[in-house]
Design a protein around this ligand. Structure first.
Ligand SMILES: [Zn+2]
Ligand SMILES: [Zn+2]
Length: 370
């Protein structure tokens, strides 16, 4: 009988035996503690993700764009970074660090189907054992709640913003932008989410699927499309219009407006904690800070280097730990509170000013759905 988990397991086995294990031997990584099946699963998940982006999200950008771009050149680093991340860096990171780390703390124990944590949901509520889909949904809600607060912290703590700002610096936010991010930031986020997963008892295999759902929703929410989910659903789930407002350039007349819409999959957290913004027409995306905006001159490697330099300069000074919105000093890269700067001058730093690329224009000011 056809069984999805069985087909998946056979596919993972085949890729692991015929491709991953021989490649690890060639690289002399075969003796390490990770399981080659983890890499195979990560590669298959990546292939699935890239196929969905290419076949579904890219056509949305062509037929229902939120912004009209004269050319897509600025999306290239994001696309290249996504491919490098999904097909190389993330599978290796999973194999070399994430899974051994998870196994060290008791993860992957097939006999209990959970991590063995005393705080695991199934430990204090055994009912979940008989309702695996409800359990998975509950895991997801907790995972997404943690993500919301982690994301707010990325914006609030200057050394973390030094890294996360690289994700925001793109002028052309597209379906590839989700994976545009600092590797250091990715490492910190993965470790936090993995620890939360271990504490609540998520099995490492389930963790990969949690991550995939989150990643796909985020690929969609970064897509350059004006589609929304409608008045009811957009108060529960993050849609492309909702996340586009999170990426907006600072509005000097309403300088707090862009501090909104931090949710990953559920917008309900923004509604509950007062950070949700709806009904604004699309605005150009990017950052006002000229130091961060200069990211747009960099390629894939250069982006990592400049964001790391900002991080290094911030993490070793007191200002780097003081919560608040900051820009970075062009000389020593130390954070400077935005409250001490002229926000009109920052806002005048529109996309196109440093790259020669024309600023994008909104395809329509009229939302398709509310
Ligand atoms: Zn953000
Ligand atoms: Zn984003």
């Amino acid at each position: 009988m056809f069984s999805l988990p069985h087909v998946w397991s056979s596919l993972v086995d085949a890729v692991s035996t015929h491709a991953v294990a021989p490649a690890l031997d060639v690289l002399h990584l075969g003796k390490l503690s990770g399981d080659p099946r983890d890499i195979a699963a990560a590669l298959l998940i990546a292939a699935l993700q890239i196929a969905i982006i290419t076949c579904l999200f890219r056509p949305l950008e062509t037929f229902f764009p939120a912004e009209k771009w004269t050319d897509r050149k600025l999306t290239l680093p994001d696309r290249n970074y996504t491919l490098a991340m999904l097909l190389g860096i993330f599978p290796l990171f999973t194999y070399l660090i994430l899974m051994p780390f998870s196994n060290l703390f008791g993860g992957g124990d097939a006999s209990t189907a959970s991590t063995g944590s005393s705080l695991a949901l199934t430990t204090w509520m055994p009912w979940f054992d008989a309702h695996p889909y409800v359990l998975f949904g509950t895991y997801y809600v907790i995972y997404d709640f943690v993500y919301y607060w982690m994301h707010r912290t990325q914006h609030a703590i200057p050394w973390w913003w030094a890294l996360h700002s690289m994700h925001h610096s793109t002028h052309q936010m597209s379906c590839w932008t989700n994976d545009r991010g600092s590797l250091v930031d990715g490492f910190i986020q993965s470790m936090i989410l993995a620890v939360v997963g271990l504490v609540i008892g998520v099995d490492p295999d389930e963790f990969a699927w949690l991550m995939l759902i989150g990643e796909l929703v985020q690929n969609l929410s970064h897509t350059n499309t004006r589609l929304g989910f409608g008045r009811v659903f957009n108060h529960c789930f993050v849609d492309p219009k909702f996340h586009r407002l999170h990426h907006m350039l600072i509005d000097p007349d309403r300088p707090q407006l862009h501090n909104c819409n931090f949710g990953q999959v559920f917008s309900i957290w923004d509604v509950i904690f007062g950070t949700a913004l709806y009904g604004e027409p699309p605005r150009p995306t990017g950052v006002g800070d000229p130091v961060v905006d200069a990211d747009n001159r960099c390629g894939v490697i250069g982006l990592q280097w400049v964001s790391f330099k900002r991080f290094w300069a911030s993490v070793w000074c007191l200002a780097g730990w003081k919560p608040g919105e900051v820009a970075f000093d062009p000389v020593d890269l130390h954070p400077v509170p935005v409250s001490e700067l002229d926000v009109h001058a920052l806002a005048a730093h529109q996309p196109g000013a440093t790259t020669g690329h024309p600023a994008p224009t909104a395809a329509t000011d009229k939302p398709v759905t509310a």
